[in-house]
Design a protein around this ligand. Structure first.
Ligand SMILES: [Zn+2]
Length: 192
């Protein structure tokens, strides 16, 4: 029997043990990105649930959620300002921690058993991931260059390790995810 190419690729990339597989029969949460516009100053419920889930299941530890910061020259605030982003400490310079971070990102962005891309991110309401000068935003096919690490001509810039996200993984949620209203947070899978 000939396996269609698309199916074969999905089969290779899908990960075993992906919690999103257990939700595959539920309606999909929309792909969306919500910019932050103000300082709210407290952690949202879904962000705290993400922190608890990572604490239970992953190497590393929380570096916190709330931090009010406005991007210079733009009317946009960091997702931390609205309590919708978590910094998870894992160091790209330490092989075991780097591997754990890449496994986490790989899991969030893997297709589920039905082939839905970035299935767990979508189920959780994750809308951005930044690690080691790479970033992903909802709807993108995968991680790409993180703009803060490069100048306007695409040359690497000298920035500190934290700004380059070499010492932590930044995970930002859209509003449904931050309110714990997406399918993952509403299901028992999130407490497994
Ligand atoms: Zn962050």
């Amino acid at each position: 029997m000939t396996v269609p190419v698309a199916l074969a690729v999905t089969a290779v990339l899908a990960l075993t043990g992906n919690p999103a597989d257990r939700l595959a029969d539920r309606p999909l949460d929309p792909v969306r990105y919500d910019y932050a516009h103000r300082c709210i100053g407290h952690a949202q419920r879904g962000t705290r649930m993400l922190e608890s889930w990572l604490t239970a299941h992953w190497a590393g530890e929380s570096w916190g959620i709330v931090r009010c910061e406005r991007f210079t020259g733009r009317p946009i605030w960091s997702l931390h300002s609205e309590g919708r982003a978590l910094d998870w400490r894992l160091d790209a310079g330490k092989p075991a921690e780097r591997a754990a971070a890449l496994r986490l990102i790989g899991l969030l962005l893997a297709p589920d058993r039905t082939g839905t891309p970035a299935a767990l991110a979508r189920r959780m309401g994750v809308q951005e991931i930044i690690f080691d000068c790479r970033s992903w935003f909802a709807g993108a096919p995968g991680m790409a260059r993180y703009s803060a690490c490069y100048d306007a001509r695409g040359r690497p810039r000298r920035i500190d390790r934290t700004s380059a996200h070499r010492d932590h993984v930044h995970i930002g949620l859209n509003w449904p995810g931050a309110r714990a209203q997406t399918s993952f947070w509403r299901s028992p899978v999130s407490r497994a």
